[in-house]
Design a protein around this ligand. Structure first.
Ligand SMILES: NC(=O)c1ccc[n+]([C@@H]2O[C@H](COP(=O)([O-])OP(=O)(O)OC[C@H]3O[C@@H](n4cnc5c(N)ncnc54)[C@H](OP(=O)(O)O)[C@@H]3O)[C@@H](O)[C@H]2O)c1
Length: 302
């Protein structure tokens, strides 16, 4: 492990993807004095020729950590823009990890439950065999592998079903539900045959920083605890919002998508728990999100 993320003299941490849901949450959790918030403009994963100078400057100014929360997360788009998905999700993290290793920077890389196959009968452990179903999952897995090869003590955090400050399922469903409640939109139908680990970005960010502060390295699963289907998450969100609209539970076959989704995507969280990091239940995560400044209930959810 490099150093101390609480070094008050200089922003010790650069967050890549700082305008994304997790990136924003990380920047908020770290606070302005401790973080360099690098969005696409400051650090474009499609421009590998710029990485060395940027990371070299970070090291020269006393920075010690890089958290890569940037990714091409549009799962269906990855199916048709395979080369771009590969460059952003696989090649860029590998190149960043090599530079971090050479410069003495500690890399935290964020990955996904979609590295696993679609079926299982218990939550996925970190060392379970991977078998991604989609281009997104394959490109993210390749990113993990390249990071591990270049910096074996990098911290790799796999998470799932994220909602926070940005576009996400909870925001979409609350917008659709409020339109339906006004009699404006179609009736709601949500898949009930995919189960996973819904996760509030702010809780995730705090958990990642707790793992980092505890000096952990290697691969960890981190998500709000508990299990839900998309239908259960939709119902909990609309009930919390006081929207009394019926939601029909349907199977994945009702919504054919370019990228196949795993039916079973629940993460085993016990490794992080042993390291002292256990996030609250997804129901608490949902409540915290709906009460937060970025809540879709504050007027943007439509
Ligand atoms: N969202 C989920 O449900 C989920 C589930 C499991 C794992 N994860 C992982 O968690 C991490 C954070 O995801 P998130 O939910 O915060 O996603 P997000 O809100 O989509 O944020 C990703 C950020 O990466 C940026 N980005 C994309 N291509 C880039 C490039 N070439 N250069 C620089 N930045 C680029 C995006 O910018 P633009 O908006 O300009 O494209 C966006 O700001 C990712 O590693 C993701 O794979 C997410």
């Amino acid at each position: 492990m490099a150093g101390d993320i609480d070094n008050a003299d200089t922003p010790g941490v650069a967050v890549l993807g700082a305008d994304g849901q997790l990136g924003r949450a990380l920047c908020r959790a770290l606070g302005p004095g401790r973080v360099l918030a690098w969005g696409r403009e400051e650090f474009d994963l499609e421009r590998p020729e710029s990485f060395a100078a940027r990371l070299g400057d970070l090291r020269a100014s006393g920075g010690e950590f890089v958290v890569n929360a940037a990714a091409m997360t549009a799962v269906d788009r990855c199916e048709s823009e395979t080369e771009l998905a590969w460059r952003v999700n696989a090649e860029a993290p590998g190149a960043i990890a090599e530079l971090c290793a050479n410069l003495g920077l500690q890399l935290v890389h964020v990955s996904t439950d979609y590295v696993f196959a679609g079926r299982g009968d218990r939550p996925w452990r970190e060392d379970d065999p991977t078998a991604p179903l989609s281009v997104y999952g394959k490109s993210k897995l390749a990113g993990e592998e390249r990071v591990r090869a270049a910096q074996p003590d990098a911290l790799i955090v796999r998470t799932a079903w994220v909602f926070g400050d940005g576009g996400n399922f909870v925001r979409t469903i609350l917008g659709a539900a409020s339109r339906a409640a006004r009699g404006e939109g179609p009736a709601l139908r949500v898949v009930d045959d995919q189960r996973g680990s819904p996760t509030y970005a702010q809780h995730l960010a705090e958990g990642i920083l707790a793992l980092l502060e505890a000096g952990e390295s290697g691969t960890y699963h981190l998500a709000n605890s508990g299990v839900a289907s998309w239908w259960e998450l939709a119902r909990a969100a609309t009930q919390a919002a006081g929207l009394e609209v019926p939601i029909e539970a349907v199977t994945s076959g009702a919504f054919p998508r370019p990228a196949p989704r795993p039916a079973w995507s629940v993460l085993d969280l016990s490794r992080a728990e042993r390291a002292g990091v256990l996030l609250p239940s997804w129901q608490k995560g949902l409540r915290a999100y709906l009460e937060s400044p970025e809540s879709p209930l504050r007027g943007e959810g439509e």
